[in-house]
Design a protein around this ligand. Structure first.
Ligand code: KIV
Length: 271
């Protein structure tokens, strides 16, 4: 392939350069080949194969039930579609928290069996052993602090996190710990914008926000939420760019009508 036709791939290094230049990073989730192809062609910087697949793909109430095998299935489908974006895969609940040896085995399975470029996990100090162990094998790690959905039963609610001084202080400390350990970026979910801005200023690695205001280095949303495929999830931070639920429903109803009235297929649509 000629040099001019080569795609400049987004790497963890590219993301840190973007932070240095003050260029914002755009990240979205994807869980399957077809959607990942669209996102990659649109030039999204990072595709997250999030464990939100548990909710939006499998219909579970939380992210806890999704298995490592299911994440590997989704991630390998995404990777087959991607030429340019950095693909990050969530380590699912129960595959890294208990034991750093288990964490390394889980991360290696993801990298080997999917071809993804990095893993993401939730938490700071409590999982720092796992973070370091995974990093020691050369696997890039993205952190995730604030409203960490794998801890939803501990929080008991989806309200904004770190509004109190103690929790905010711990979050800042965790962000520094993750940076020091060698994480290449951190997601901050549903925390006050002023706190996210402080973290983004203090640490050198990119901070990607979801419900964390604009003074961070990039944004992430769940693709089904921003396209309006999901309807029953409307937090303040979510901007809907479409109402695909309604558009798909209308299209399906038109199809049903066309089949029933024998309008489809017409003469041109048969052999
Ligand atoms: O699983 C996911 O989709 C996530 C994003 C919300 C950051 O972790």
């Amino acid at each position: 392939m000629s040099l001019s036709k080569q795609v400049r791939k987004v790497t963890t290094h590219v993301l840190s350069e973007m932070k240095l230049r003050g260029e914002k990073i755009a990240m979205l989730t994807a869980y399957d080949y077809s959607m990942a192809r669209i996102l990659d062609e649109a030039k999204i910087d990072v595709i997250l194969v999030g464990d939100s697949a548990s909710n939006v793909m499998a219909g579970f109430e939380s992210t806890l039930p999704i298995t490592l095998d299911a994440m590997i299935y989704h991630a390998s489908s995404v990777v087959r579609a991607v030429k340019r974006a950095l693909v990050v895969v969530d380590l699912p609940f129960g595959t890294y928290q208990g034991d750093s040896k288990e964490a390394i085995v889980s991360a290696i399975r993801i990298m080997k069996e999917t071809g993804a470029h990095a893993v993401k996990l939730e938490g700071g100090r409590v999982v720092i052993g796992s973070v370091k162990r995974i990093l020691s094998t050369g696997i890039p790690v993205m952190g995730h602090l604030g409203l960490t959905p794998q801890s939803i039963y501990k929080f008991g609610t989806y309200v904004v996190r770190a509004t109190e001084k103690d929790e905010a202080g711990k979050l800042v400390e965790d962000a520094h710990l993750l940076e020091k350990a060698g994480c290449f970026a951190i997601v901050l979910e549903k925390i006050p914008a002023s706190l996210a801005a402080k973290v983004a200023k203090e640490v050198k690695i990119p901070i990607i926000g979801i419900g964390a205001g604009s003074e961070v280095d990039g944004q992430v949303l769940v693709i089904h939420d921003m396209l309006g495929i999901t309807q029953d999830f409307s937090p303040r931070f979510l901007r809907r760019y479409h109402n695909l639920f309604q558009e798909i429903k209308d299209a399906v109803q038109s199809y049903i009508n066309d089949v029933r009235t024998i309008d489809f297929p017409n003469k041109k649509e048969q052999y």
